[in-house]
Design a protein around this ligand. Sequence first.
Ligand code: NAD
Length: 357
Amino acid sequence: MPLFQSPAFEGHEGVHAFFDEASGLKAIIAVHSTVRGPAAGGVRMWAYENDQAALDDALRLSRAMSYKNAVADLELGGGKSVIIGDSRTQKTPALFEAFGEAVEQLGGRYWAAEDVGVSPADLAHTRRRTRYVAGLEGHDAASGDPSPVTAEGVFRGLQLCVRRALGRELDGVRVAIQGVGNVGGALADKLAAAGAVLTITDANMTHAEQVADRTGAELVAPGAIFDTDCDVFAPCALGGAISIETLARIRARIIAGGANNQLASAEAGQALYEKGLIYAPDYVINGGGIINVAAEIRALELGEAFDRAWVDAKLARLTETLGEILQRSIDEHRPTHLIANQVAKARLTRAGAKAAA
Ligand code: NAD
């Protein structure tokens, strides 16, 4: 399995493969960086086509966590783990306990949390074998569901973009939301309360109807959301919503939403900048969730209870950072996603230099 030749490899500190015959666990834990603190990031369970795809995903996602945690100013590095398997049919308590043993072997260099295909109930099994797991329920330090905090961060970031680009408040601003699940649904509630005019869609139309009923949003078919006449396009479904093809259809001035990996390609990031759109970089605007998880890690480490005020302060600072990125994009004539990467890399380099001194 070529590791160092993978295009997704970027100076990762450690990449660990685990196999447990009894439970069937096949997992990879990638630690991209610990210079700012222990690596933190979710565990994803996915039926990867092959081992290389799983390795590349772990490499790519762990690096992204280093950037996200640095931009959110958390004393955490970046890591991510993948369990190879079908989360609908192959989950067992033994599998998640074996995964806990794998995490424990890293001795605290990596903290796991939930991600696609993994629930707090699964992580409760992991917790039996390691203390380095966050995103659980039912204890004093527990942070619970991160989605409301993610949605609050996206709401504040979207509001900031509207103030900067349109010079107005949210009342009457037209927002199109793609995906009204945990994050998109909560965002819709907040926007409706602020007087925004919503158009929404979801692959699950029954669910979308419920959100439309309570927010007064207009409901459109998934494919039609890109053609909506709106001021803000908010991707809150899966990744890759912003491509050269969809950009040709999107009529918004602003792109600001909660989804991860919104840009289908680097070219799409450049193209939206050249079209004059304002883009809130995904991993900056959606950092509320990891801030919430970080509060749990912090509480567990200090032996204290979960501190909501700490989360609020970090979220406020993150929104300021977004504002600084938007301003630098104007001043330096460069797309926001490149500025965000530069901010993250600079924080990682500074922390590295401090650690070496
Ligand atoms: P979710 O599964 O609750 O919601 C996603 C919704 O998108 C679902 O209702 C799904 O039916 C819908 N969807 C999927 N494909 C679609 C399509 N092509 N068109 C329209 N709708 C589609 O997930 P979530 O927790 O709300 O997360 C949403 C996004 O935000 C994901 O990209 C996730 O990685 C990202 N994110 C979530 C958090 C968090 O705290 N939950 C934190 C950071 C980032």
